[in-house]
Design a protein around this ligand. Structure first.
Ligand code: ZN
Length: 105
């Protein structure tokens, strides 16, 4: 699919009954890379500085929080679990390859 640096951050998405708006900002307090709020229904993604963690990984990290929150999962705010899960999710999404021509010819 796309390389991590080609990742286009969506403006919004829905998980369960919550539609999140996504804001890309230059930086976040405390040099955080991303942040989400289930009450404000908003997600913030910092554009930079990016040395190690690509924007795509941060986006999927925050999405993972949102999905687990919607599931009422006890690990929804567990940064270690969410980071490990979303790293692998980002890897799947950024390395997925599709056949050139699918379906009947
Ligand atoms: Zn987090």
């Amino acid at each position: 699919m796309s390389k991590p640096h080609d990742f286009k951050v969506p403006a919004s998405f829905t998980v369960g009954s919550i539609s999140y708006r996504v804001c890309e900002v230059d930086k976040l307090k405390g040099n955080r890379l991303g942040l989400m709020c289930t009450i404000l229904k908003k997600m913030w993604i910092a554009r930079g500085p990016r040395v190690v963690v690509p924007v795509s990984e941060t986006f999927w990290h925050e999405v993972t929080h949102a999905v687990l929150h919607d599931m009422h999962h006890p690990l929804w705010a567990d940064e270690k679990f969410v980071t490990e899960f979303s790293k692998r999710l980002d890897q799947v999404i950024t390395t997925a390859k599709f056949k050139e021509h699918d379906g009947p010819t």
